[in-house]
Design a protein around this ligand. Structure first.
Ligand code: ADP
Ligand code: MG
Length: 732
């Protein structure tokens, strides 16, 4: 026994290897990344089972690791046909369905897996010749105490079911947690006493006990309430603290002069700014002139004029010789931004501001010239991809960083640009993915948020339809006929596929293509090969409906020259149909494209579909969006697609998306979660809680900006930021 084993000696920062021994602590580290007692104790059960209940086996998703409560039905032993040795086959049941467990050369298990025995079973659900199996099964049987006078209590004691992996089962986590709890001394509560009392929360130590070793349901439910609040509170304290820190910094004021560049630009603008553009423009101008570095997120639908708002900020900054770096997620978009900025500025302002492109694929001589213009300060606007982040790119006076399409860039990347300014530059983040308020508070809690809701008038609108192939396979042909009709009217169409080639997923977008986070697609149809750009091109070449149309591909494996050329030909009307991956998702602007066909639409997220749809109906031509899906009615995948067809309101969609992503199912999904950034908190469900926590944290910070009298909260914030920095914000 080491000293740390003694009760009451360990704290949250105590290393697990001193508490559990090398093997267990090593396994926990490999499986989940847990290093300290705090890490492990933050590994909360994902649900609670009871000995007296059985898990519904028919709802278990295939190919996922699950942990379930079941009863042994029968055990059979047989010899193997090809080799020496024996197979022990056990069937377990929930009273209706069965699962088979197979063990090789483990005859002795027959003695414990007796019919009627109950326990927790873990493994991966697979299907073998039509029968469902638990592969690599592992189990822990409940002690048999059916005759116990306290049988009812025995049956109802909650059994924590932890996120587990194939190497560490739920009950092994439970044992390790128990040992650590035994060794744990008092822990300081990050929630101040006054807040805890006001909200009627149990203390931290009691909550840890209740969440991991509940004796009755009430224990874990009160514990989770307290820990959930703590999570929201610590996160908000962290974000607000960081925001306050940033606001304490000073930087160069950037102000537009009365007859300066911005005024000249506004004078020749061929349209009126919308009310929202004006309001957001004013917020940005105020930030720029404040002497504190701006850190603002502007959200608004595709086509709402975010880029215009950003450009006006660039002009204000250029007034004093300041430069702007505009960071775009792809080469196509960077090139397009440069073109449209030059066009909107007009020849005179363009000559003065010298918008310049810096991407990884520029020829060496051109690149050198571009870098020189950035370094000398001649180029007031430098547009580029992540190539802008490289060490060779320097600025004479970087005053503003504009990041287009936030979700592709992490905090690190914003930071890499930020440090290129002598003084901290202002930062403006643009996103077309509408973010509900509570998400903005949680994910971007250190940013100020502006919203453009109004679209510039005169947009012709867009109609969306679901093409449900599961129920209406015959409609597939209609899709192409409809595309041909549009082309016959002189319009153009996009066809978007989730893959480039059969079975090959577009690399850059791979993250977006799986089922949405935490969601299990087990109920979906058997795997149909994904629609792919190359297949579809080949098929359309044969399709009678499409005869005579000019069709070309656009995807991430083409060189940037090829992509650029395809986009240009499409924009110029030399191509009728562009078959593409999501490289066209953001920002690409072809005013007379009327039709967007998305194949395997259920493979895309709600916001992604919404963005794709935003590509059409942008000019004077009404848009048509056909969402083609194999997902049967009643699946979550299909609900997502239906939701997109039902409304064009991005904020409504963002809300629906959140709802659909809620952890509805207690089984299957993300059972092997490991350290995730949000544990008990769910932004969709816990909006009110997040708002309350933010207000309370703000109150605390107002009275005590460095939290001098709240060391436990400071420690929790530090732990939180360590983790957040490395995982959460980067994924946002
Ligand atoms: P976003 O970046 O939000 O997608 P943009 O700034 O690119 O939107 O604007 C989309 C298109 O609408 C551009 O062609 C732009 O010139 C035009 N536009 C922007 N604001 C207005 C307005 N107030 N009135 C008319 N057209 C506008
Ligand atoms: Mg834009």
């Amino acid at each position: 026994m080491s000293a740390a084993d003694a009760p009451g000696r360990a704290g949250l920062d105590t290393k697990l290897d001193g508490l559990l021994g090398g093997r267990t602590s090593g396994a926990l580290k490999r499986a989940f990344g847990h290093v300290t007692a705090g890490d492990l104790l933050g590994h909360y059960p994902r649900r609670y089972a009871r000995r007296g209940e059985l898990t519904a086996l028919s709802e278990l998703p295939l190919d996922e690791n699950v942990t379930i409560v079941a009863e042994v039905l029968e055990v059979r032993e047989r010899s193997m046909r090809q080799r020496r040795g024996s197979i022990l086959e056990a069937t377990i049941s929930d009273g209706t369905g069965v699962l088979t467990l197979t063990f090789f050369n483990q005859k002795w298990r027959a003695a414990e897996l007796v019919p009627g025995a109950r326990g927790v079973f873990a493994g991966k659900v697979t299907s073998y010749r039509g029968a469902r199996q638990l592969a690599h099964p592992d189990y822990e049987l409940f002690e048999r105490s059916g005759d116990d006078p306290d049988a009812k209590r025995w049956a109802e004691t909650p059994i924590p079911i932890y996120p587990a992996t194939s190497t560490i089962a739920s009950w092994q986590v439970a044992k390790a947690v128990g040992l650590v709890l035994d060794a744990l001394g008092d822990v300081d509560d990050p929630i101040p006493e006054s807040v805890r009392t006001a909200r009627g929360l149990v203390g931290f130590r009691e909550a840890l006990e209740g969440v991991h070793r509940p004796e009755q349901e009430r224990d874990w439910s009160r514990a989770r309430t307290a820990l959930r609040f703590q999570e929201a509170f610590v996160l908000q304290a962290a974000l607000l603290g960081r925001r306050a820190e940033r606001k304490a910094r000073r930087t160069v004021r950037r102000e537009a002069a009365p007859d300066g560049l911005l005024a000249r630009f506004d004078d020749v603008l061929p349209f009126e700014l919308t009310g929202d553009q004006r309001a957001v423009g004013a917020e940005v101008a105020k930030d720029l002139a404040s002497g504190m570095p701006m850190n603002r997120l502007v959200q608004g639908e595709v086509g709402s004029g975010k880029t215009l708002v950003a450009l006006r900020a660039m002009l204000a900054v250029a007034e004093s010789g300041g430069q702007t770096a505009l960071l775009a997620p792809t080469e196509v978009l960077a090139a397009q931004h440069l073109r449209s900025i030059s066009r909107v500025l007009g020849p005179d302002l363009s000559a003065e501001l010298m918008p310049t492109l810096v991407t990884g694929q520029l020829p060496a001589a051109e690149r050198k010239r571009a870098l020189l213009r950035a370094a000398s300060g001649q180029a007031r606007i430098v547009v580029g991809t992540h190539a802008l982040l490289g060490d060779t790119v320097t600025f004479a006076d970087l005053g503003l960083v504009v990041v287009d399409e936030q979700h592709r860039f992490g905090v690190d990347q914003r930071e890499a640009l930020r440090v290129k300014g002598a003084e901290p530059p202002h930062v403006l983040v643009l996103t077309a993915t509408p973010i509900p308020r509570t998400v903005a508070m949680t994910v971007f809690g250190d940013l100020d948020v502006s919203t453009i809701r109004e679209l510039p008038g005169g947009r012709p609108g867009i109609e969306s339809f679901v093409v449900p192939l599961a129920e209406r396979p015959g409609w597939f042909g209609r899709v192409w006929a409809r595309v041909a009709e549009e082309v016959a009217k002189g319009h153009r169409a996009f066809v978007v596929c989730p893959a480039i080639e059969a079975k090959q997923v577009e690399d850059a977008d791979a993250v977006d293509l799986g089922p949405a986070d935490g969601e299990s697609e087990a109920s979906g149809a058997p795997p149909v090969p994904l629609a792919s750009v190359l297949d579809v091109i080949a098929r359309l070449a044969e399709a009678p409906e499409m005869r005579g149309l000019a069709i070309a591909p656009l995807h991430g494996r083409m060189s940037s020259d090829e992509k650029e050329q395809a986009m240009r030909a499409f924009a110029a009307g030399e191509l009728d149909v562009l078959v593409a991956t999501t490289v066209i998702e953001v920002g690409v602007d072809v005013p007379d494209a009327s039709t967007m066909v998305v194949l395997d639409a259920e493979r895309f997220g709600v916001s992604q579909l919404h963005q794709l749809r935003g590509r059409v109906g942008r000019g004077s031509v009404p848009g048509l969006c056909l969402l083609v899906t194999n997902a049967p009615e009643g699946t979550v995948a299909r609900e997502r697609v239906d939701a997109v067809a039902a409304t064009t309101d991005g904020f409504e969609l963002a809300r629906v998306d959140l709802d659909l992503r809620q952890e509805g199912d207690v089984l299957g999904s993300n059972q092997s979660g490991g350290r995730s950034s949000l544990r008990l908190l769910r932004v969709a469900r816990d909006g009110d809680l997040i708002v309350a926590a933010r207000e309370l944290a703000q109150g605390l910070l107002d009275d005590d900006p460095v939290l001098a009298s709240h060391p436990a909260l400071v420690a929790a914030v530090r732990r939180r930021l360590d983790e957040t920095e490395s995982q959460f914000l980067n994924k946002a």
